[in-house]
Design a protein around this ligand. Sequence first.
Ligand SMILES: Nc1ncnc2c1ncn2[C@@H]1O[C@H](COP(=O)(O)OP(=O)(O)OP(=O)(O)O)[C@@H](O)[C@H]1O
Length: 233
Amino acid sequence: MAYIEVKHETRKFIQGDQETIANHDISFNVDRGQIITILGPSGAGKSTLLNILGGMDNPTSGQVLIDGTDIAQFTAKQLTTYRRQDVGFIFQFYNLVPNLTARENVELASQITHDARDVDETLRLVGLADRAKNFPAQLSGGEQQRVAIARAIAKNPKLLLCDEPTGALDYQTGKQVLQVIQDGARQTDMTVIIVTHNGAIAKMGDQIIHINDAQVQSIQQNPQPTPIADIEW
Ligand SMILES: Nc1ncnc2c1ncn2[C@@H]1O[C@H](COP(=O)(O)OP(=O)(O)OP(=O)(O)O)[C@@H](O)[C@H]1O
């Protein structure tokens, strides 16, 4: 059984008399431990889909089975537990707490889960052991994003969701961050979903889901993902 099964997922937003269909009849499967990329232009519906997978939003219709359980049917309380225990998030703009050190930012996440990873070991994993006492403002963009990755991974999530994780970074730093995400995934057996509008980055996925105009345009199996060192954009 696939770890994620999205079946006919649709999300409509209604504002006044205007209806926007952000996701229309979306279906795909993801195996446990896969890295998949969701590729599409601005406004295609990628973030909407990621929010639904992360339990931050509910679809209007359809099923979102995670490990066999339909989270589309979850109550608000069940969704909170799911987000807390099972999901790590990485966003374009890091979202670190500015008055906490790198270590404290990571600790914050590890404290709310049962099965957290060791904070110092996780900082080592992202190559930031020696910056643990620094505040976000004392770190570069790439380092801040690595703290955000450590924070997400420290929860030991089953699912890591990344929304344009390199969107605010330069080319070289962006590649380092992708490498950290990939290494983290391979070492922890997380399932990873990366949203991007960048076709070159999408090639790091074991599966590339092309989304356009709210719909799945194609699903490309990618048995030989491009090594990050070889990705160029
Ligand atoms: N809360 C909302 N209320 C109304 N419309 C929304 C809402 N969230 C998203 N939309 C609309 O749904 C569509 C898809 O948006 P979404 O943010 O999912 O796209 P995206 O592919 O992630 O785009 P981007 O790459 O620019 O972030 C857009 O037309 C957007 O305006």
